[in-house]
Design a protein around this ligand. Structure first.
Ligand code: ADP
Ligand code: MG
Length: 253
């Protein structure tokens, strides 16, 4: 998609859990070639918004469009295959498998077969193609030297980057990252930010959930702020940072 084309359009998305309004008629857009930050205090509804976009939870109201078409009723697998890939707040790596195999699992989900089990019954040529694609992604993110290590041996910063490589192996149009910088050391955060800028430079579009406002400031093109499920600000990072409602939400949260 050419830069600036709307990719994801969240229109008055709503999610209730019993009496709790987790996402309260939230609207925003992710355009091609942008890094959009979705920030807010704990419990603001960020992960739930991701779940709504990726089909892991159903909307109570509103709609979400991807490349102009509603995602309503589609399965997470179908949405991922259409080009919306995500990582999770709590990494879902297989610690006993190698770094390369973990990425190959992502590449495999692009295909039509079953997910985990069937990788064990692949044809050799198919397996070689998956491994080659996984290797390409490891090189892209800078983890190639760790390819044969058990994923469980990696430092947290590397695990987060491994998860990004696995999402990239799906060949996504847009990448959704749920708090990739949480718990990372300063140097690891810098490396992660550099990787995300590199991906944007290659034309990737990214929706980034983040708790830490300073991490997103120099990185994102656009910021959306949630508080108690409601969008309280939406704009350029510098404007949003000076918004009194945002300052209050962060001081209170
Ligand atoms: P964030 O990612 O911004 O920290 P979440 O989206 O995880 O926030 O949660 C938003 C709110 O919805 C919180 O109050 C949380 O407790 C609630 N919530 C999230 N998932 C569920 C669920 N499956 N059932 C009930 N409440 C939930
Ligand atoms: Mg969350």
């Amino acid at each position: 998609p050419s830069p600036g084309t709307p990719l994801i359009r969240v229109e008055k998305a709503r999610k209730t859990f019993g009496g709790l309004v987790a996402v309260n008629d939230v609207s925003f857009e992710v355009k091609a070639g942008q890094i959009v930050g979705l920030i807010g205090p704990n419990g603001a509804g960020k992960s739930t918004t991701f779940d709504l976009i990726t089909g892991m939870n159903s909307l109570s109201g509103g709609q979400i469009l991807f490349e102009g078409k509603p995602l309503t009723g589609r399965s997470p697998r179908d949405i991922a295959r259409q080009g919306v890939a995500r990582t999770f707040q709590h990494p879902k790596i297989l610690p006993g498998m190698s770094v390369l195999e973990n990425v190959a699992l992502g590449a495999h989900q692009r295909g039509t077969g079953g997910v985990l089990q069937s990788i064990l019954r692949l044809e050799r040529t198919e397996e070689a193609a998956l491994m080659a694609e996984a290797m390409r992604q490891l090189e892209r993110v800078g983890l190639a030297e760790f390819k044969d290590r058990p994923a469980g041996d990696l430092a947290l910063g590397q695990v987060r980057i491994l998860e990004i490589a696995r999402a990239l192996a799906l060949d996504p149009v847009v990448l959704l990252l749920d708090e990739p910088a949480a718990g990372l050391r300063y140097g690891e955060k810098q490396e992660l930010a550099a990787l995300l800028k590199k991906l944007r430079g290659e034309g990737m579009s990214i929706l980034l959930v983040e708790h830490d406002m300073s991490f997103v400031m120099g990185l994102v093109d656009h910021l959306v702020v949630l508080d108690f499920g409601t969008r309280i600000a939406d704009g350029k990072p510098q404007e949003v940072r000076e918004n009194p409602a945002v300052i209050a939400a962060y001081l209170g949260g």
